[in-house]
Design a protein around this ligand. Structure first.
Ligand code: ADP
Ligand code: MG
Length: 404
């Protein structure tokens, strides 16, 4: 069925979703400028759809005939991709739908995935228009890689799907409080961070997690065919996966429409991506989990990707399909200057070598967070969600991203 996938791909169109309100409201001019000219030059047929309101993209992909589209590309911030992923997962055919190749072009104020996708190419840092050109170039190359998806359970029951982050405390507060500075673009996070530092507070709660398997450091060097990028537009192209590139070994691209490794114990498909690593929120966590003592935190952050913003490399070693949530938390007692130093170090991703005793970094497969401090803010992929106990579990390589 691989051949058929490739043949269908080149004859189908790419859906390009543009949120004209994202960032400083410049996404449409980015489309009519560099994006359109690169797609035209690369001969990639596409259809432009501008989103008209919140949840427009979510409703659109929930009801779309996906057989018409070779990929869905988002020219916006991370918020629009969050909508698209949740829209795909709300479909009856979610298992097929979530494997639609997704592409990201930075047009918002929070472009974490775009910055991460660029970082995975191992090219030097790129910001603003350079980042856009890099991502657009990757889109034209059309290599498709597996992408981890996180299922998130809120206390009142609903399940959300995340591709990026779960945050509580400092980072979540900055994300939401800085919305009012969105006219300054990505700078809004810097302004928000400085303001929050001035009124630094702590957040009491409980945290527990399931550590990544001992062998999981090497798990990204997987022999699963899903780890090999495939070309969307030119299926016969020779390509190098991010893993093999590290080994300087070329590998011929498999254009096979690979199903997920359903043998993996991460997947039980009888229920939609079931939380089989999670016990109900009122029950104790499973015995193989690590339980942190109840304490005061400054921030708790779990990410799937290297970057949380264009200039914030929170987890330098993350890979798009490593099957890990990269959990960082900062405990109370850290001084303002030390916290500021951590954030400044995150620009280059050197904070983990700062030997700050208040900063803890763990690779995990699932986590539970129970805030005690009220009220407060929790964000998933930068979007505010219901405040209260929350659990998350990563599903390795479940979606697809145009990457590398
Ligand atoms: P940014 O990084 O600038 O926040 P996002 O992609 O995260 O950009 O978009 C922010 C929000 O804008 C998303 O939650 C999305 O639902 C919403 N949105 C999409 N289209 C529109 C529109 N036409 N008008 C207002 N909001 C929109
Ligand atoms: Mg956003």
């Amino acid at each position: 069925d691989g051949v058929e996938f490739s043949r269908v791909c080149v004859s189908r169109s790419v859906m390009v979703l543009v949120n004209p309100q994202s960032g400083r409201g410049q996404a449409m001019s980015l489309y009519t400028g560099p994006v359109l000219s690169m797609l035209t030059e690369a001969n990639i047929s596409h259809t432009l759809i501008t989103t008209e309101h919140q949840n427009h993209a979510r409703e659109l992909v929930r009801n779309a005939d996906l057989s018409q589209w070779s990929a869905i590309v988002i020219l916006s911030g991370d918020g629009l991709l969050f909508e698209v992923i949740n829209g795909l997962m709300e479909r009856e055919d979610w298992d097929e739908a979530i494997r639609t190749p997704l592409g990201i072009l930075p047009g918002g104020s929070g472009n974490a995935l775009a910055a991460s996708v660029h970082h995975y190419t191992q090219a030097g840092p790129a910001l603003g228009e350079d980042l856009l050109l890099s991502c657009c170039f990757l889109l034209c190359k059309g290599l498709v890689c597996p992408l981890d998806i996180v299922s998130v359970r809120l206390s009142s029951g609903p399940r959300l799907f995340s591709f990026l982050s779960l945050a509580w405390g400092f980072v979540a507060d900055v994300d939401i409080e800085s919305e009012r500075f969105r006219h300054v673009g990505a700078m809004r996070f810097l302004v928000g961070t400085l303001l929050r530092l001035a009124s630094l507070r702590t957040y009491q709660g409980r945290l527990a997690f399931l550590p990544a398997r001992e062998d999981s450091k090497s798990s990204s060097i997987s022999s699963s065919p899903a780890s090999h990028p495939r070309s969307l537009f030119c299926p016969s192209v020779q390509c190098i996966s991010h893993v093999q590139r590290q080994n300087s070994n070329q590998h011929e691209c498999t254009s096979e429409n690979t199903r997920h490794n359903s043998n993996s114990d991460d997947f039980l498909l009888s229920e939609k991506l079931p939380g089989n690593l999670l016990s109900p929120i009122g029950d104790p966590v499973p015995t193989d989990w690590t339980i942190e003592k109840e304490q005061d935190f400054v921030l708790v952050l779990a990410t799937c990707h290297s970057h949380l913003a264009e200039e914030l490399m929170v987890s330098p070693d993350a890979q798009p399909d490593d099957g890990h949530l990269h959990l960082l938390y900062v405990t109370a007692g850290i001084s303002r200057p030390a916290l500021l130093r951590l954030f400044l170090a995150m620009e280059k991703g050197t904070h983990l070598t700062c030997e700050c005793p208040h900063l803890i970094y763990r690779r995990v497969r699932a986590l539970r967070l129970e805030p005690i401090t009220k009220p407060g803010v929790i964000t998933v992929d930068g979007e505010q969600v219901e405040y209260g106990p929350i659990q998350a579990q990563v599903h390795k390589g479940y979606a697809r991203i145009i990457c590398g």
